[in-house]
Design a protein around this ligand. Structure first.
Ligand code: SAH
Ligand code: SF4
Length: 408
């Protein structure tokens, strides 16, 4: 418990029997394992105003050290404690002076995200629900190597991270948007998802996809700062080519990203190959229609000399007709984009369905016949609500759980 107290929040273990469909008891807390602890209750009032130390980049930390008349190399020393040694208390930074440790302690938070629920197990898709300081939740999904996507089995581990609490874009099929947008995540809250999942799973993550809850390009500055930390050799050290940002199509921001000196990968959530179909399920298409989106994507490809990916969820009788397959292929050919077909994951409370296997395959064949590189995503997470926002939604709608959380 000492550790928990040190992270400035009052955390109470709840031992009541608590079972939800497909969930397994968790012991995600940074505590000696308590077999009874299958959820955590956070009593947090106003959000702590101290910034997280994981928001800081090397230059930010150098500037901070300079104000304390500390040599420049202190910043790297501190980062080494955070990202190489993964310490959990400033007091453990044994080669820093007591005064500097005290300054860090008084100015920054070094508290791990609290994992409140986990589904799945090793070798399957694992989903982590994290409670934040203001009693909101985000999800991260750890996906093991997928031979269908990567050609052969490998030890590749992909983490799907969230960038916002909720989402303002309201795509009709998506769980993340159902309860609206609450706030942007800070860079540190994005970075910490990687650190915490590595600690909790014992896995080394080597691929990051920004496909969790929220619209990454709507939290642009924090997204870029988190990517800087995730990429940096002094940070987590995952190379740009192993980082993918997915967007619902904020055209001006796609152009902005193209102008950044970054070789990260870009995925576009297309889901409709004509304006009428796309507009019916993705309100953003009214603001940036397909023509504007495709122009922005063309700009990105040209600047980066990169192929982008179109994500296309297959939803029965909405966007799975052959006319859409032909139009989708036409859009993809223009940009030489790859197409990733994703059978729709059902969301509690929504009536959309995934098409039959036969219909999925017919659509897939039609796109490929037009000369496009298209794959159907082999779903690993369907049975544990792996599509973005679903675990959070299910949890928030569960009266027992939400009640114990004093949500908002
Ligand atoms: N906001 C960004 C990133 C998060 S969504 C975006 O829209 O791209 C990540 C991906 O999950 C998107 O392609 C999204 O369309 C998809 N998705 C959302 N709900 C889904 C569901 N129920 N089944 C399958 N994929 C879903
Ligand atoms: Fe938001 Fe992406 Fe979900 Fe649309 S698909 S509501 S943009 S998270």
């Amino acid at each position: 418990m000492a550790h928990i107290r040190a992270i400035h929040r009052s955390v109470t273990l709840v031992t009541s029997e608590f079972k939800l469909q497909n969930s397994v008891p968790v012991s995600c807390l940074p505590l000696p394992v308590d077999p009874l602890a299958n959820c955590v209750m956070l009593h947090v009032g106003e959000m702590d105003k101290k910034p997280s130390v994981f928001n800081l980049t090397l230059s930010g930390l150098e500037a901070w050290s300079a104000t304390r008349k500390e040599p420049r190399y202190r910043a790297k020393q501190i980062l080494q404690w955070l990202y190489q040694k993964r310490i959990s208390r400033f007091a453990e930074m044994s080669d820093l002076s007591g005064r500097l440790r005290a300054d860090l302690e008084s100015e920054f938070l070094l508290e791990p995200l609290v994992c409140v629920r986990k589904t799945g197990s090793r070798d399957t898709t694992q989903k982590f629900l994290f409670g934040l300081r203001d009693n909101t939740f985000i999800e991260s999904v750890l996906i093991p190597a997928n031979p269908a996507l990567y050609g052969s089995a490998s030890d590749r581990k992909t983490l799907c991270v969230s960038t916002q609490v909720g989402c303002a874009y309201g795509c009709k099929f998506c769980a993340s948007g159902l309860e609206g947008w609450t706030r942007n995540l800070e860079p540190g809250e994005i970075v910490e998802q990687v650190l915490r999942v590595e600690a909790l799973s014992g896995e080394k993550i080597n691929n990051i996809v920004f496909m969790g809850m929220g619209e990454p390009l709507a939290n642009y500055d924090n997204l870029l700062q988190s990517i800087e930390i995730i990429r940096a050799p002094w940070g987590i050290g995952i190379g740009s080519r192993h980082i993918t940002v997915s967007t619902s199509g904020l055209a001006p921001r796609i152009r902005g990203l193209a102008d950044q000196p970054l070789q990260i990968r870009l995925a576009i959530s297309l889901h409709g190959a004509t304006d009428d179909v796309r507009q019916a399920i993705m309100p953003i298409n009214r603001k940036f229609n397909l023509a504007a989106l495709m122009d922005a994507c063309a700009y990105y490809c040209e600047k980066k000399h990169q192929r982008i990916t179109f994500e296309y969820i297959l939803i029965e009788n909405v966007n799975d007709g052959l006319d859409q397959a032909i139009e989708l292929a036409r859009l993809a050919r223009r940009l030489e984009a790859k197409v990733n077909l994703i059978p729709y994951n059902t969301v509690q409370g929504l009536s959309w369905k995934r098409p039959s296997q036969t219909r999925q395959q017919t659509f897939h064949r039609a796109v490929r016949k037009e000369g496009v590189d298209a794959t159907i995503r082999l779903e690993k997470g369907h049975d544990i609500n792996a599509a973005c926002g679903q675990l959070r939604l299910q949890t928030m709608r569960d009266k027992n759980f939400a009640g114990s959380y004093n949500l908002r």
